[in-house]
Design a protein around this ligand. Structure first.
Ligand code: SF4
Length: 367
């Protein structure tokens, strides 16, 4: 199916430099990509590759792995070689792991040069090695680890502090002619985060990696991320996204994809239009919507399916969708492309919808 963008957009995209993270372009007119991070010890190559496979199946396009020890660095060549999606090594403080990641064939490195400036010429050497290998670097400023100098200047991690920190980090590479950079300025408060990215977007043309850091458990984190990414992406700001949840990483990828689909930045796949139900409902809408969603899980064609509880809005929504049901009197009127094709008893609504959806999917694939 690919990831084509669709024409209806909320705002033009902010012009940004295009960088290449392995096979995935980030910035410029490249589609906004979805990334996540593994939670396994990176040194455990088998477990890490297994999680990367799950992430890939969920639609993740770039994966980041932490590299806090020599054992993790030693695992990078096997992971980078066998991963089906580009691998970015996440490194703090240890310049030697940056060189190891570049040598390992990683598609990118996340490192903040401010952390390693004290190591004499290391920033220059990293810029040279990354430049020679065509490996981009993400400068990732986080509210929780903001430079002490900026904390003292601003009192806390304000948008201005985050942006000043990021641009200073960039300047350390720019001094050596290295500009193959993307930037993140993450904060756990979506309002501060949005302000920081807006400011950053005005001050540079580097591609931006969006993230609300430590966003929380799945429910809260999903909402925080959707609100923040939605605000920024609707203004054309953001080139790649990472949803951070205290939940399995594949969930992060799914949420990220859903955010992009909701904003029409990616073609929508299966979309269930279901009513919230009310006192007029004549079927159990929640159960119906859940069963239809589960029955069509994994269908990779764009399909809008309406599941409506009664005849008030039911026929209208069902007619607008590719496929739908309007329920009433123990029966369901099944619509396909705006036409009623059958009326079935309530007990057969789910199987009929799934059956019709599969037929439609077949037709779409054949077109
Ligand atoms: Fe209520 Fe019917 Fe609307 Fe569903 S479609 S919310 S049951 S009025």
């Amino acid at each position: 199916l690919g990831v084509p963008t669709v024409p209806v957009r909320l705002a033009p995209r902010r012009p940004s430099r295009r960088i290449q993270v392995g096979s995935v372009a980030v910035g410029g007119d490249a589609p906004v990509s979805v990334q996540s991070m593994t939670t396994t010890p990176t040194a455990d190559v088998g477990a890490t590759l297994q999680q990367i496979a799950e992430l890939t199946a969920a639609g993740c396009q770039i994966v980041r792995v932490a590299c806090p020890s020599q054992d993790d660095a030693d695992a990078l060549p096997a992971i980078a070689r066998k991963s089906p999606i580009p691998v970015v090594a996440d490194i703090h403080f240890q310049p030697r792991y940056v060189f190891a990641a570049i040598d390992a064939g990683c598609a990118g490195v996340r490192v903040n040069p401010g952390n390693i400036r004290r190591f004499d010429d290391q920033v220059k050497e990293i810029a040279r090695a990354a430049g020679a290998a065509g490996v981009p670097i993400r400068i990732g400023v986080n509210a929780g680890s903001l430079d002490k100098r900026l904390l003292a200047k601003y009192g806390k991690a304000t948008p201005e502090a985050l942006v000043e920190s990021a641009l200073w980090e960039c300047s350390l590479f720019e001094e050596h002619g290295f500009r193959d950079i993307k930037i993140s300025v993450k904060h756990n408060d979506p309002v501060v985060m949005v302000s920081a990215y807006r400011l950053l977007a005005e001050r540079c043309d580097y591609p931006l990696h969006l993230g609300v850091t430590e966003a929380g458990p799945a429910f809260q984190g999903t909402i925080k991320s959707a609100v923040a990414f939605g605000a920024l992406l609707s203004e054309g700001i953001g080139d790649t996204i990472r949803v951070s949840l205290s939940a399995p990483p594949a969930e992060e990828a799914k949420v990220g994809i859903q955010i992009l689909e909701s904003l029409n930045l990616r073609q929508r796949r299966l979309e269930i239009v279901s009513c919230p139900s009310c006192g007029r409902a004549q079927v159990d809408v929640y159960k119906l919507a859940e069963e239809v969603t589960a029955g069509l899980d994994g269908l990779e064609v764009p399909l809008r399916v309406a599941v409506m509880g009664c005849v008030v809005n039911g026929p209208g929504e069902a007619r607008e969708a590719d496929l739908g049901v309007a329920s009433g009197n123990g029966k369901g009127q099944i619509f396909v492309k705006g036409e009623v094709v059958r009326t079935v008893p309530e007990s057969r609504i789910v199987e009929t919808l799934i059956d019709e959806a599969l037929k439609l999917a077949e037709r779409l694939r054949a077109d």
